[in-house]
Design a protein around this ligand. Structure first.
Ligand code: ADP
Ligand code: MG
Length: 189
């Protein structure tokens, strides 16, 4: 199955001058896709509208261009897949499916807390992928808040311990690009 991207945008459409908190050097380094061969992770944190999904999509597009197997899904989709798998008794098959691709992109972690079963599956996937399968995560929640996202501080710590061992975090600060466009159009004060 191909990556189901929410939209197709590339890094050429990204305005770095609008988002000075993002290291262009680290973005360029990520676009080489070396982190995929190395089984490292890239994590994009920040409030809504700062370009997390745009960057995650750009990284996924580049990985696809380089012939990597990419799976892109939102945390919501993971939750839905997980509930379905639980009903059908296929959780271990879902863990395998999420462990296989060269790059797993999980967008929008933290908008909703995960159910226990999904939090547990997420831990299994992160453990399986640790040091050989790259992941990209985006989240509106800082790491200290991940205990609430996963409903368990100990589990969140175990997940972060593995995720962050070989990872770069893009801590994006600043204004929403969406609101900037609305402000320019006079829709938003
Ligand atoms: P987030 O995932 O952080 O909520 P998005 O990546 O969805 O935000 O960005 C919201 C919209 O604004 C998208 O259409 C995206 O392409 C655009 N956008 C965000 N930041 C930039 C930027 N620095 N340059 C160009 N477009 C941007
Ligand atoms: Mg987004």
């Amino acid at each position: 199955k191909r990556a189901k991207l929410p939209f197709t945008k590339t890094i050429h459409e990204f305005d770095f001058s609008f988002q000075p908190s993002i290291s262009e050097v680290r973005v360029k380094e990520t676009l080489t896709c070396r982190y995929i061969a190395n089984g490292e992770n890239r994590i994009l944190l920040g409030p809504p509208g700062v370009g997390k999904t745009h960057l995650a999509v750009s990284f996924a597009v580049e990985a696809l261009t380089q012939g990597k197997r990419v799976l892109f899904l939102t945390a919501d989709e993971l939750e839905a897949e997980c509930r379905k798998a639980e009903k059908q008794n296929t959780i271990s098959r879902l863990v395998r499916r999420l462990s296989r691709p060269d790059l797993l992109v999980m967008d929008e972690v933290g908008y909703f807390p995960f159910s226990d079963i999904t939090a547990n599956l997420f831990f299994q996937v992160v453990s399986k992928r640790y040091e050989h399968g790259a992941m990209i995560l985006t989240s509106n929640k800082s790491y200290v808040e991940w205990g609430k996202v996963f409903g368990d501080d100990v589990l969140a710590t175990a997940i972060l311990d593995r995720l962050l061992h070989h990872a770069v975090t893009f801590n994006i600060k600043g204004d929403s690009y969406r609101l900037r466009e609305k402000k320019k159009a006079g829709i938003f004060p």
